[in-house]
Design a protein around this ligand. Structure first.
Ligand code: BGC
Length: 455
């Protein structure tokens, strides 16, 4: 997984707004049992959220881990084999059966990450996947169709489960920022833009999964330190619209967006706002903000949600924010604003997010658990979620052979000095990390230690 970055820009307004998620239609799935309930506005409202026993056991086995091992986390369908279960991990049916048990008959959200596009992770290597750039048919028939067919089984489709599907992390934002004449472009992203297979794959997934009565699709929209610049903001909304209307899908198949998935961007920076200035210089000119229009995830999620409504999505779409690793607590957390000497001193002294550069995305040193999962925490936000399971690596810090299609990305190497996507800065990654998705005990411990709110 990779979460890419930037491009300074000009202007474009976007106001924060209200509301929860989804439109929808009841769908008569299956042949027996009671009819599936109509889709609700916010699937998290009045619902429990499924705790993944696989993750929970790993967390509980860590010193101090039982403080969080009962939290709900995302179930990643990150390759075809994950549908039936891989390497001792449960498959989709087993998760759904477990969720039915946990539900005890009450509405229960199951959080799935649908993540196997052809040519996946085109701007990085750590989460390159199993499908080559042209394998769109395989994606449809061997990945999306089997998932849709399991979810459509009467036992699940006509149950109290509410299936939240987060669709293809990083893919559509990569088409905007890492293509064409941008200095951040990669040949792989240019290929995926030219062949249209990200857009087609996302459209196909939205259409197929969204047709199921109790499935709620949330499309990935990057994070503020990637899409918050004016050059990226509206263009990303346009690409999401293009994908949501591709392959037979319509915007009504979209319940909302998810932001900050597996990223580290702070939820709220309370010590400065984007409107502040120091000695007449706007903080947008600071090195950290670098002309971005947003300085934190909550303001970005609300504004981007509204931008999607502006380009034609239903007015009641909602946003999810992944708060699994954006806490930035611990002893280094600033207790107040920085000194008003100049914009850099002011911003750097006050910001919670202590990354070296906001484009850094791999196993960040100093990060902590963020807000615990929570329903309808703010206007326009359906939930804070832990979609990235804390303790699972973002990528290996050196080359490790594997059969998952995962490459070695030097953004996960603490000795790396960067590339245009992180302003040629050090990676800020923890050392000795395993391949992405594998358990990384040292990171888990650091996340506990630096949790904010504290545990
Ligand atoms: C990896 C997936 C993994 C997920 C959750 C991603 O970066 O590519 O394989 O399931 O993270 O940890």
């Amino acid at each position: 997984m990779s979460r890419r970055i930037r491009m300074a820009g000009t202007l474009l307004a976007a106001s924060a707004l209200t509301m929860g998620a989804l439109t929808g239609v009841a769908s008569a799935q299956g042949d027996s049992g009671r009819a599936a309930a109509a889709k609700v506005d916010n699937p998290y409202s009045g619902a429990k959220v499924y705790v993944n026993p696989d993750w929970s056991a790993k967390a509980a086995a860590e010193p101090g881990g039982s403080k969080i091992s009962n939290q709900p986390t995302g179930v990643w369908l990150d390759r075809i084999a994950a549908i039936n279960g891989t390497g001792g991990a449960m498959g989709l049916r087993t998760h759904l059966d477990q969720a039915l048990q946990q539900s005890g008959g009450s509405p229960t959200v199951v959080q799935l990450v649908v993540y196997d596009l052809p040519g996946r992770d085109c701007a990085a290597l750590a989460s390159n996947g199993e499908l080559g750039p042209t394998e769109i048919d395989k994606y449809k028939t061997q990945f999306i169709d089997p998932i849709a067919s399991i979810l459509s089984e009467s036992k699940y489709a006509n149950s109290n489960l509410r299936i939240v599907t987060t669709i293809e992390i990083d893919s559509l934002p990569n088409l905007v920022t890492n293509t064409g004449s941008r200095p951040t472009a990669t040949p792989q992203c240019d290929t995926m833009k030219a062949n249209g297979n990200y857009v087609k794959g996302v459209g196909y997934a939205l259409n197929k999964l969204g047709a199921i009565g109790n499935v709620y699709n949330y499309v990935d929209a990057g994070h503020h330190g990637w899409i918050g610049w004016d050059d990226n903001f509206n263009p990303t909304a346009q690409v999401l619209k293009e994908a949501a209307t591709a392959e037979g899908s319509t915007v009504d198949k979209v319940a909302g967006i998810i932001v900050n998935t597996a990223n580290y961007s702070a939820l709220e920076e309370n010590n400065f706002t984007v409107n502040d200035s120091v000695n007449g210089t706007t903080v947008r000119q600071s090195k950290w903000v670098d002309w971005n229009k947003y300085v934190d995830e909550l303001s970005f999620a609300q504004a981007f949600r509204q931008e999607l409504v502006n380009v034609g999505f239903p007015s009641n779409i909602g946003a999810l924010i992944d708060t699994s690793r954006n806490g930035w607590g611990g002893s280094a957390r600033p207790s107040g604003p920085g000194a008003k000497t100049d914009v850099d001193t002011y911003v750097n002294g006050g910001r919670y997010d202590r990354r070296i550069h906001i484009g850094n995305w791999c196993n960040q040193a100093g990060a902590g658990l963020g807000e615990r999962p929570k329903t309808a925490p703010a206007s326009g936000i359906d939930a804070y979620v832990w979609m990235k399971p804390p303790g699972e690596s973002d990528g290996s810090s050196s080359e490790i052979p594997n059969d998952e299609g995962k490459g070695f990305d030097r953004m996960c190497d603490p000795t790396y000095t960067g590339n245009p996507r992180n302003g040629n800065n050090p990676s800020g990654a923890l050392a000795n990390a395993p391949v992405s998705g594998h358990w990384f005990s040292a990171q888990f411990q650091e996340l506990l230690k630096n949790a904010y709110p504290a545990l």
